[in-house]
Design a binder for this molecule. Structure first.
Ligand code: ZN
Length: 308
């Protein structure tokens, strides 16, 4: 679920997302560890928030190449609510924080725009002590946007309004996150810097209260939390007509197309061996069985490309 707002004095715009209903069913089927769930969930939240002010068809991909045990985490989101993610170590545990498991590294941001052949890429080192700060630093460095990013995970004992949380078998698991989401506040261009500094300071002071109150942003009248969250700036909701959903565009045809990266002889060898290949999509877990006939199809594609 995503809501968008603008400050009545046009000092900032804001997006808030509750990823819990989108993430929890996926987490369950993919058996991600609590640590990986938190890392993937926060990256997805960040990508959704950054895509929320783009246009339909546009999207954001976030890739962290960490030097630590968690290695790579990738999340991709589109303005219209589609999101998907991947983590190279989805069963990892034994680290006190996601950031320690990432262990420094690089953040690459891709902006997908329709009708543009090559997407925009930006690379920055991971600067700051939290994922939130890594993304804030990117926005400032690459896009000159002053922002406050809050990516939050609430664990069982912290969730303030259990009635708002969809009940599922995972809710009995003590170690899993029970709420994941966050918000992105972007200062408008031309706004004086002291306004930003005041909002930032306000967030630092109120941080623990804001974290626990985040789930209530979706069920209560936003005007009642303006003082807690936004230093008394009043806000107005802007329409966002899409739902947030985990969607992967993979298909058997795409998997077969990816096999054209091999040489014709390699495919021929696979046919001769009579091998049954199984390909699992890293984003959604879908399993594709590649039959002999499929391999023949790939071989004919490769033949045609050669002929052309
Ligand atoms: Zn997939």
């Amino acid at each position: 679920m995503l809501k968008r707002f603008v400050a009545n004095d046009f000092t900032f715009r804001l997006s808030v997302v509750d990823l819990t209903p989108t993430l929890m069913p996926i987490r369950h089927t993919r058996s991600w560890s609590p640590l990986a769930t938190e890392a993937i969930g926060k990256m997805m939240t960040g990508a959704i928030l950054m895509a929320s002010h783009l246009k339909p068809g546009q999207g954001v991909g976030l890739l962290i190449r960490g030097e630590g045990a968690l290695k790579k985490i990738y999340a991709e989101a589109y303005h219209t609510g589609e999101v998907r993610a991947y983590c190279s170590e989805p069963q990892l545990s034994g680290f006190p924080t996601v950031e320690e498991a990432i262990g420094g590294g690089l953040l690459s941001v891709t902006r997908h725009q329709p009708f543009q052949k090559s997407p925009f890429h930006g690379n920055v080192p991971l600067v700051g002590s939290t994922l939130d700060e890594y993304l804030e630093h990117y926005l400032l460095q690459s896009q000159q946007i002053r922002s406050i990013m809050t990516l939050s995970t609430l664990w069982e004992q912290e969730v303030p309004f259990p009635a708002d949380i969809p009940s599922s078998p995972m809710n009995q698991e003590k170690t899993q996150p029970k709420w994941i989401g966050g918000y992105l506040l972007e200062i408008m261009p031309g706004v004086e810097d002291h306004v930003y500094q005041e909002l930032k300071k306000h967030h630092q002071v109120q941080n623990s209260q804001i974290r626990v109150m985040l789930p209530t942003l979706f069920s209560k009248d936003p005007s009642i939390w303006a003082s807690t969250f936004f230093n008394d700036h009043a806000i107005t909701e802007i329409d966002y007509p899409y739902s947030i959903r985990y969607e992967c565009p993979c298909s058997l045809e795409r998997v077969l197309r990816s096999l054209t990266l091999f040489e014709e002889e390699d495919i021929e060898a696979m046919i001769q061996e009579g091998s049954q290949e199984i390909v699992t999509c890293q984003m959604c877990g879908e399993i594709y069985h590649i039959s002999q006939e499929h391999l023949e199809t790939v071989k004919s594609w490769l033949k045609n490309t050669k002929a052309n």
